[in-house]
Write a protein that binds this ligand. Sequence first.
Ligand SMILES: CCCCCCCCCCCCC/C=C/C(=O)SCCNC(=O)CCNC(=O)[C@H](O)C(C)(C)COP(=O)(O)OP(=O)(O)OC[C@H]1O[C@@H](n2cnc3c(N)ncnc32)[C@H](O)[C@@H]1OP(=O)(O)O
Length: 260
Amino acid sequence: MDSATLTVADGLAVLTLNRPEAANALDLALKTALLDGLRAIAADDTVRAVLIRAEGRNFCVGQDLGEHAHALTRSPERAMDTVAEHYNPLISGIAALEVPVVAAVQGACVGAGLGLALAADVVVAAESASFATAFTAIGLASDSGLTRTLVDAIGAVRTRAFLLLGTKISAAQALDWGLIAQVAADDEAAASAEAVARRLAAGPTAAFAAVKSLVAASLPPLDEALERERAGAVPLAATADHTGAVEAFLAKRRPAFTGR
Ligand SMILES: CCCCCCCCCCCCC/C=C/C(=O)SCCNC(=O)CCNC(=O)[C@H](O)C(C)(C)COP(=O)(O)OP(=O)(O)OC[C@H]1O[C@@H](n2cnc3c(N)ncnc32)[C@H](O)[C@@H]1OP(=O)(O)O
């Protein structure tokens, strides 16, 4: 079964995370399939809008921690190569699309899954969806531009608390914070998101491209290398707090942080 699927029809590209049995946790196969799908979208000039959606109860629970634990045992430094190899290219690739991108979110939208959803221009969430950063709970900081995305959307005060406290917020809270654009009843959300995407696919594509360019130009440029340096993603991956928290999660017990 493909970890992600892509369909293109009537100007709408639908990129689907298809690993519902693992809550769409991002393993190498899913990250690679998402990147392949994004490259196909970017190369298809018939695409006038994109819908990113997910099969199953949960949109995406972030990096697959089972795979990550295995990578950590080999090399903590190399374990975070996935940020440069997958996360950054996917986020910057989505941001570089000139056509509008809609994300349909249900269930848990966590960690890199939150980054993926917020890379879209319009997020439509089911009312029972929840949003969390999760990074500090496993001894990491956010990366791949997500810190900047959060500060731009909800401000530095809320971003700091959202990241430090690892708060899980509801779709209604996310809407109230200005993190997402729409909330729909659980049984209507998927159709609502698709309707928004289809409306955009039938709209003034050149005007939409100009809007996206103007909004992007209104934000200070993001230096991903600087973010990784500041966030210390690679040194964080080598801390006992990080490796211990990942082991604790997989063993379904609470982590004990020592600050090292
Ligand atoms: C290509 C990506 C593009 C976007 C990139 C954007 C950039 C973002 C920044 C990048 C930063 C650097 C890289 C790091 C990325 C990360 O994502 S780090 C964070 C990783 N995720 C987590 O830590 C979340 C862990 N999971 C949870 O906190 C909870 O499971 C939940 C999501 C809040 C749901 O809780 P609940 O509803 O109680 O369900 P659970 O029982 O906890 O889980 C159900 C089953 O799913 C399994 N599972 C959940 N999350 C993961 C996971 N991340 N990896 C592997 N498996 C997971 C969980 O173990 C349960 O399994 P079973 O026991 O078998 O049912």
